[in-house]
Design a protein around this ligand. Structure first.
Ligand SMILES: [Fe+2]
Ligand SMILES: [Fe+2]
Length: 454
């Protein structure tokens, strides 16, 4: 999928521009590298870039001075801090010092790319800053709205009105919105409380009092994963830091409970809402977690929340790998780096243990075995069929399902049913070499085609 946006330009400051990680060279349409030269930095660049990013400075200047200088010279230009070094990554402090945001590479490269795009979008459509994204799944025909709804059209860069305050939203309009694959609409931030009141009233009406809207669930899931994983980046073993990790995990467990609370959820519409998300590290964890839970529910496994927990943590071990091996996808890694990469399922458990997170045996097995293959060619232990738990097999399907349904440049996006069909096709072509459990795939494929699980 290609998207035409106005060109985004960026200046990246580094002590030695030669040290800039390669992946940043194509992060925007125009990327310029400049060394830290305080005198030169006092003159605003001409033309002004869409954004400025800084790699950790050397001895020439402190990070605080750097932020203050650039803020003074470029008061309206978004300012980002980029680092590959966990030790210099203190997001809160960096933002307090004057940066708009900070990103830890390579894990947060896509987040950085997205922040750049969002900033350029805000420059084009400043009113977008005043809007909050809400999920279409939370809207219902017939009920009068006391807030307006807008849709964003990327092709012409416009935010258009799809429903006015004071009007009910009709079924045909809602269907049209869904057909145009707008999973997300926008509500003005002054009206967002009204939107939450609307969803709460609706949930009560259908007997789900105390439940939360998809909009809120998605928001809490995404911000929870971010906080939990950034906390894991910090290898702090001081006793008083464990409480925080535990509290973050508890919050995630609460969000997960809400996914599985409703015994008979409309799995297909939930899946449709989630697919086509960005393919970055955090989204991968939160998506895999939700997919594993939904698949578990479709297959009527006991306590599908355990699957969600395993999905949430399955790849955090990647954060403990040497930088060159810290990839989501091992393609293109040298044999040595590949060997390191294959350690990530076990590392995920080690990190969770180090953070003193209490995980059940069942969750730990699913995490460690998520790359095992039925024919024994997987890793880390090369287990075969009956030795791999069914949770691990479901998790492996959720993992692969997210790879197929998240946005990836140059690849067509698949609907949930198409993605499941594709996984089924790939694994049944040569059943002797199937990576995934064909029987589970077959049952899930039936559910996604509107049938029963058996
Ligand atoms: Fe993995
Ligand atoms: Fe994964």
């Amino acid at each position: 999928m290609s998207e035409k946006t106005d060109s985004i330009s960026i200046i990246i400051y580094a002590s030695d521009p030669k040290d800039v990680p390669d992946e940043l060279r194509s992060i925007a349409d125009v990327v310029k590298f400049e060394p830290y030269d305080l005198e030169k930095m006092m003159d605003p660049p001409n033309p002004l870039p869409s954004a400025v990013a800084c790699l950790p400075p050397g001895n020439e200047i402190s990070t605080l001075e750097l932020a203050q200088t650039l803020r003074m010279v470029l008061p309206d230009t978004p300012l980002f801090f980029l680092t590959t070094d966990k030790a210099t990554y203190d997001k809160k402090k960096l933002i307090k010092n004057g940066f708009n945001n900070a990103f830890l590479l390579p894990w947060e490269k896509n987040d950085f790319g997205r922040a750049l795009k969002a900033e350029s979008l805000f420059t084009k459509i400043p009113e977008l800053r005043d809007y909050c994204a809400v999920q279409v799944l939370d809207l219902h025909p017939g009920k009068e709205l006391d807030f307006g709804l807008r849709a964003y059209l990327p092709l012409n860069g416009k935010l258009i009105s799809v429903a006015q305050s004071g009007e009910p939203i009709s079924e045909s309009k809602l269907n049209k919105i869904k057909e145009n694959s707008h999973n997300t609409l926008f509500v003005h931030k002054d009206d967002i409380d009204k939107f939450y009141q609307y969803t709460a009233a609706r949930l009560t009406e259908i007997g789900r009092e105390g439940d939360i809207s998809e909009t809120e669930r998605k928001k809490r899931m995404e911000s929870g994963v971010r906080e939990l994983v950034s906390d894991m980046f910090i290898m702090d073993t001081k006793e008083n830091t464990f409480g925080k990790s535990k509290a973050l995990l508890e919050e995630m467990k609460n969000v997960i409970k809400l996914i599985v609370k409703n015994n008979n959820p409309d799995i297909l519409s939930k899946l449709e809402l989630m697919v086509n998300s960005e393919s970055d590290f955090y989204s991968h964890l939160s998506n895999t977690s939700t997919y594993a839970a939904l698949f578990g529910m479709a297959l009527a496994v006991e306590k599908p929340e355990e699957l969600a927990l395993a999905g949430l943590l399955h790849d955090v071990g990647v954060t403990g790998l040497p930088l060159e091996a810290a990839q989501m996808n091992p393609e293109g890694l040298t044999p040595t780096l590949r060997e390191a990469w294959e350690k990530h399922p076990k590392l995920s458990i080690d990190i969770a243990r180090m953070k003193r997170m209490a995980l059940s045996e069942r969750v730990m097995k699913a995490i460690v075995q998520h790359h095992e293959k039925l024919d024994g060619s997987g890793f880390p232990d090369g287990l075969t069929h009956h030795k791999i738990t069914s949770d691990a097999r479901i998790l492996a399907i959720a993992d692969a399902f997210d790879d197929l349904t998240s946005l990836s440049p140059g690849r067509e996006t698949l609907s949930p049913a198409q993605a499941m069909e594709e996984l089924y096709r790939l694994n049944t072509n040569n059943p002797m070499q199937a990576d995934l459990d064909i029987e589970i795939l077959r049952r899930l494929r039936n559910v996604l085609n509107g049938g029963a699980t058996s």
